[in-house]
Ligand binder design. Structure first.
Ligand SMILES: [Zn+2]
Length: 383
């Protein structure tokens, strides 16, 4: 890896390195090291291309394929679970698309977001694309066959869509500018592109997700849009937790509005390097702490991405995961049972927070209420 994927600047040495295994966004392990570079010119974070990247997405990366209803929990609102695709559909519905607008979901997987949007807006005309044929059966009842595409975009789709969406796609691609140029080419003259990518500064564990080969900051997102012939109209970090939401149109449409979104590249670079320094320290701590007593019965608080990150570095599997989320309790996560904190077995001596490090101390501030008598929380480091 020598050049920034966004601005082409040289990237001399990695700012974070860890030996195998690497963790994927679907909480599986790959037997490759993790290396992260931060571009000192545009603020983009990036990792090397995955080996056999095509094969990974075509055959291994089956997100939420277990059932039609399976989806990632976004939040619990008034006691009811709200899933990620519901929140995505809400944001699209707020865009007030014209009647019978043509909407393409690019990298759609099962297309649950678009399908949910169609319930609110049955007039919309859906099209769907993915790089894997795994999902086709989920599209049959509601997307006309002529509007389904796998691997290759049909030539007649050029300049055709009022809205193109790409939910959590661009962080995976080795050529983000080429991908966004391709999507821009599919837009009708006044069409808009809606895309989301993780926010690695707000949710720093994203840096360590090995199939997220891009880690965008505000600065590098603006630069990527501009290099792709797009103008971001909205670039928000507060519409979807842990992510940037970008709504853009083709440069020719707005002209003078280019450059209206502010960014601070020096601050983005500084924050990215701080986050990587934290993770270097945290992983060293975890290795040292294990070395002191590798046999201590251990639990991980948090059955999500951060919990998987910790579990991957443990020499012995944890006894259990602890989680407040009642939708996870009683289930298995990575082959280990998830229980409520109050159910933590008395044998547990050591608890690692599997949480966003910026919030770990406040989330665990009242742990005295449930902590087993001989257990202690081992914070990774101070974020
Ligand atoms: Zn760069």
């Amino acid at each position: 890896m020598n050049e920034c994927r966004v601005c082409g600047a040289l990237l001399p040495n990695p700012d974070y390195s860890a030996s195998a295994p690497a963790l994927t966004s679907i909480a599986t392990h790959l037997a490759i090291p993790t290396q992260i570079y931060v571009c000192r010119n545009c603020g983009h974070g990036q990792s090397p291309d995955l080996p056999k990247i095509q094969e990974f997405y075509d055959t291994q990366y089956r997100i939420s394929l277990q059932s039609d209803q399976h989806d990632q929990l976004y939040e619990v609102r008034d006691g009811e679970p709200v899933f990620r695709t519901q929140r995505q559909a809400e944001m699209l519905a707020a865009m007030k698309l014209p009647l019978q607008a043509r909407v393409l979901d690019f990298g759609a997987a099962k297309g649950t977001t678009l399908r949910t949007l169609l319930q609110a807006r049955p007039d919309l005309r859906p099209s769907i694309f993915d790089v894997s044929s795994d999902y086709v059966t989920f599209w049959q009842d509601w997307v006309p066959e002529s509007e389904q595409a796998i691997h290759h975009i049909p030539a007649e789709w050029q300049g055709r869509f009022d809205l193109v969406t790409a939910h959590f796609v661009v962080e995976h691609v080795v050529d983000p500018i080429g991908t966004l140029q391709q999507l821009a080419g599919l837009l009708a003259p006044a069409g808009r592109l809606f895309f989301t990518v993780p926010d690695p500064l707000g949710n720093t564990g994203d840096f360590l997700v090995v199939d997220h080969v891009n880690h965008f900051t505000t600065s590098s997102l603006i630069r990527t849009c501009e290099a792709s012939g797009l103008v971001p109209l909205t670039l928000a970090g507060d519409l979807f937790r842990g992510a940037y939401v970008v709504i853009a149109e083709k440069l020719s449409v707005s002209g003078s509005r280019s450059g209206s979104i502010q960014c601070d590249v020096a601050s983005d670079i500084h924050q990215a390097l701080e986050a990587l320094a934290f993770w270097t320290k945290a992983m060293d701590f975890l290795d040292d702490d294990q070395g002191k007593d590798s046999q201590a019965p251990t639990a991980i608080y948090g059955a999500g991405f951060y919990g998987a990150l910790i579990a991957a570095r443990l020499q012995q599997p944890p006894i259990c995961f602890l989680d407040r989320n009642t939708y996870l309790q009683g289930r298995d996560y990575l082959g280990v049972t998830v229980v409520a904190p109050e159910e933590c077995p008395d044998s547990v001596r050591r608890i690692y927070p599997g949480l966003n490090p910026s919030h770990a101390r406040s989330i665990l501030a009242n742990a005295d209420g449930w902590l087993p008598p001989h257990a202690r929380i081992h914070f990774l480091a101070d974020a």
